[in-house]
Design a protein around this ligand. Structure first.
Ligand code: TXA
Ligand code: MG
Length: 353
């Protein structure tokens, strides 16, 4: 299959191309599109066969449910059993935006889309191209991140082409993604709302709207002794080809430990990559040293993380050492999402120095 690539800026929507993309979805095909978080791989959420195609294109296990993307609040009613008051408050505060809500599904949503669950994940993305595309596609677009299963989510269209080129009908290239980490997922099907995946919308922000919000214990801890409630969170994720270790400790100790380990690995003939930050990269001695961004501006780290992991792959790095973001995770904010993804990319391999 030839994959058509259509460049489109949010400020300059191409109506004809959006119509064409919408037709592809209505006919059961697949279109990758930009959102504010990461690129998504879209198919008709109400069509079992389209869901099957998404799983096959990504090489994703079919018990891992898809998020249904909508472009108008009223479109939520036909796909869920009920809309709790909390969901309306959250929609009012954060939609369109990087928040996904888990609700009880109606019969309209096939089990193929929800991975066999009686609940459905719903999100209205904060991206003009995405909203226009969803509208043109009939209003309900199932979309996981547009990467091959297990790889970091794509923050540039070229990574979508690398992973899915030749396997899907179209890619809408909207350039670099703004946030860089997937949406916050909050489960609203129980009495107390629970965060299943941390993201740009933080616990503090949710609590301002809802009062009390819990966090699923498996988010930052591998030994929580229970399975994550978002099925996707149990799979190996975001993993670069090189073996990634997070080094945690004081700034000086981490720099020293990483430099020492890098030297040992390079002596063994391994190519070593280091993930530092703007203030520290000058102190590292390794084959490839990259800054994730500024600790004062954590948004920059969120935006860069997946790109850096993919660049290490392209550069053939065998071993990667990363600074830790545990402290910022404890402080709240997007630090929790950054540390959650980094831990998963490292298979929870963290060393304290
Ligand atoms: O930012 C995002 O959310 C991106 C963009 C494209 O919108 N999408 C995304 O989708 O990250 P995906 O499929 O890569 O991740 C969806 C996560 C998975 O961990 C999945 O298990 C969970 O959402 N999920 C989906 N439906 C669920 C449900 N009914 N109950 C619990 N978890 C669910
Ligand atoms: Mg994903």
């Amino acid at each position: 299959m030839e994959t058509k690539i259509v460049p489109m800026k949010e400020e300059n929507l191409d109506k004809n191309a959006l119509e064409e993309a919408g037709e592809v979805i209505k006919k059961g095909g697949l279109v990758a599109f930009p959102t504010e978080t990461v690129y998504g791989l879209g198919g008709n959420a109400l069509d079992e066969a389209a869901a099957g195609k998404i799983y096959r294109a990504k090489g994703r296990p079919s018990d891992n449910p898809l998020i249904v993307h909508i472009c108008r609040l009223e479109d939520i009613y036909p796909i869920v059993k009920e809309v709790p008051e909390g969901a309306l408050k959250l929609a009012d505060a954060f939609w369109p935006g990087p928040l996904t809500m888990i609700l009880r599904k109606s019969d309209k949503v096939p089990y193929a889309t929800t991975g066999g669950l009686d609940t459905v994940a719903v999100r209205m993305p904060g991206h003009k191209t995405a909203l226009a595309f969803i509208g043109a596609a009939g209003g309900y677009v199932a979309a996981p991140s547009a990467n091959t299963s297990g790889k970091p989510s794509p923050t540039l269209a070229k990574y979508v082409t690398e992973d899915l080129g030749g396997r899907i009908d179209m890619i809408i290239d909207g350039g670099r993604i703004a946030i860089g980490l997937e949406s916050t997922i909050v489960d609203l099907t129980e009495t107390i709302p629970v965060i299943l995946r941390p993201g740009y919308i933080t616990k503090e922000m949710l609590e301002k709207v809802l009062g009390y919000v819990e966090t699923d214990k498996t988010i930052l801890d591998d030994d929580a002794g229970q399975a994550p409630k978002a099925p996707g969170m149990k799979y190996k994720h975001y993993a670069p080809k090189g073996e990634l270790t997070i080094m945690s400790g004081s700034r000086e100790m981490v720099i020293e430990a990483i430099n020492q380990k890098s030297r040992e690995m390079e002596d063994k003939g391994k190519k070593v990559g280091v993930i530092g930050t703007d203030d520290t990269i000058a102190f590292y001695r390794a084959d490839v040293v990259k800054s994730a961004g500024s600790r004062e501006k954590e948004d920059t780290i969120a935006r860069a993380l997946y790109r850096i992991l993919r660049e290490f792959d392209d550069e053939g790095v065998d071993v990667i050492y990363s600074e830790s973001f545990e402290e910022s995770a404890k402080a709240g904010g997007i630090g929790q999402a950054i540390m959650n993804r980094l831990l998963k990319a490292a298979g929870h391999h963290i060393e304290r120095v």
